[in-house]
Structure formats: C-alpha cells, structure tokens
Design a protein around this ligand. Structure first.
Ligand SMILES: [Fe+2]
Length: 231
C-alpha cells in the first residue's frame, strides 16, 4: 500500500488547512452566538480567544523561522508579508479588546457588540485567506527554488519544537480532521517514529474525537496495516 506524495515538501499545506478550518468554524460560531445566553457565549468566546492566540503564535513562527530563511535566499522576499503580519497583530489585539468589551457590557449593549465582533472577525478571516494564498504560492515557490526538502523539514521540526504541548495539540485538533487521508497518514506515520508512545496515543485520541467516523476507520486501518508499521 502506498500513498501519493507531493513532488516537493509543502511547508504551509497542513498548518494553513488547520487555520482555515479554525477560522471558518469560529466565525460561524460567533455569528450564531446567542448574546444573552452565557452557556452559548462562553464556549464561543473561548474558542475565539484560542483562535486569536493561535494566529498570533503562527505569525510569530513565520517571522522567526521562515522569513529569515526567505530573506537569506532572496533579499526582500518576506517584505510584503512581514508588513501584513504587523497589521494582523494589531487586528488580533483589536478583536481581543472587542471580546473583553462584549463581556463587560450589559445585556442591552451586547447584540450590537456581537454583530460588530462578527463583522470584524469576518474581515480578519477574509484578509487571512488572501494572505495565506500568497504565502503558499509565492513564498512556497521561493522556498522550493532555493531549499531542499530536508531543509524545509528541518525548519518545520524546529517550529514544532518551539511550541508548548498545549499549542501543538490545539494545532493538531484543527489540522487532523481537515486534511486529506494521505496527508493525515503521512503526518502520523512520521510522528509515530519520532514521539514517545504516550504522546502518540494522546494524538490518536484527539483524532478519534474529531475525525468523521469514516475518516477515523480509514486512518485506524492504515495505522494498523502490517506493511506500514515500520514506516
Ligand atoms: Fe502569515
């Protein structure tokens, strides 16, 4: 049994699928939030705060790890996206302040604040979708032109190593359900060879909790296949 592989290693594909899913799910959660029901606003706003923290950490990783590599092979290559990251940091802080303002407001002010939050989050999500497209197409091509797959994998391993366990598990929670079966298998076969068994077991529990049933059955079968256990 073999799985198709991309012609080159794509540094952005998995994490950006995770972030697109996390942003989309959170946006619709805020859009349908019942402003007067704490049982509804609590989880929705907690998810939004988690998303904004994840987005801040992600752009920090790109600034710290990817942009220096890009600039070392093509001066100015990271300039446009670096400027956008500054703007995204400002927008993240603004959205966090809006969440605080909603929670501090009395009931009569909450519907208007919730609608304002939803609309500004939608603009942030839309901007990030365009931003990630540029990174994947333009930065991705520059990285492939100047770096080997081994260099790109090493870079990704350094990014992952810089995350706390909670940060890594949050990313996996949104990455595993929303990537293809082949991408999921490639990620988990690699992880199984690198992390302690209890950590891998926790990742599989996360996958079981969030994958669609059919996706989980296919993944479980692939991970159990004798021909791949040594992969
Ligand atoms: Fe970015």
């Amino acid at each position: 049994m073999t799985f198709p592989t991309a012609p080159r290693y794509d540094l952005y594909a998995g994490i950006h699928k995770a972030l697109r899913a996390f942003m989309a799910d959170t946006l619709v959660a805020i859009g349908r939030m019942d402003e007067g029901d704490a049982a509804d606003t609590g989880p929705a706003l907690a998810q939004l705060r988690a998303l904004l923290g994840c987005m801040r950490a992600h752009l920090g990783h790109e600034n710290e790890f990817i942009h220096p590599l890009l600039e070392s092979v093509a001066v100015g290559a990271a300039a446009r996206i670096s400027i956008e990251h500054v703007e995204h940091q400002r927008e993240i802080a603004t959205l966090e302040a809006q969440v605080d303002a909603f929670e501090a407001a009395d009931a009569s002010a909450r519907p208007a604040l919730a609608l304002k939050l939803y609309r500004e989050l939608a603009l942030f999500v839309g901007e990030n979708f365009s931003h990630m497209q540029y990174e994947e197409v333009v930065h991705g091509a520059q990285l492939w032109a100047h770096c080997s797959d081994a260099q790109l994998l090493d870079l990704e391993h350094r990014i992952v190593a810089s995350q706390t366990p909670d940060e890594a598990m949050l990313v996996l929670r949104w990455m595993l359900p929303y990537m293809t079966h082949a991408e999921r298998c490639a990620l988990l076969f690699g992880m199984r060879a690198m992390v302690p068994a209890p950590v891998f077991a926790a990742v599989l529990e996360l996958a079981r909790a969030h994958l669609r049933e059919g996706d989980w059955i296919k993944l479980d079968a692939a991970l159990s296949a004798p021909s791949l256990r040594a992969a």
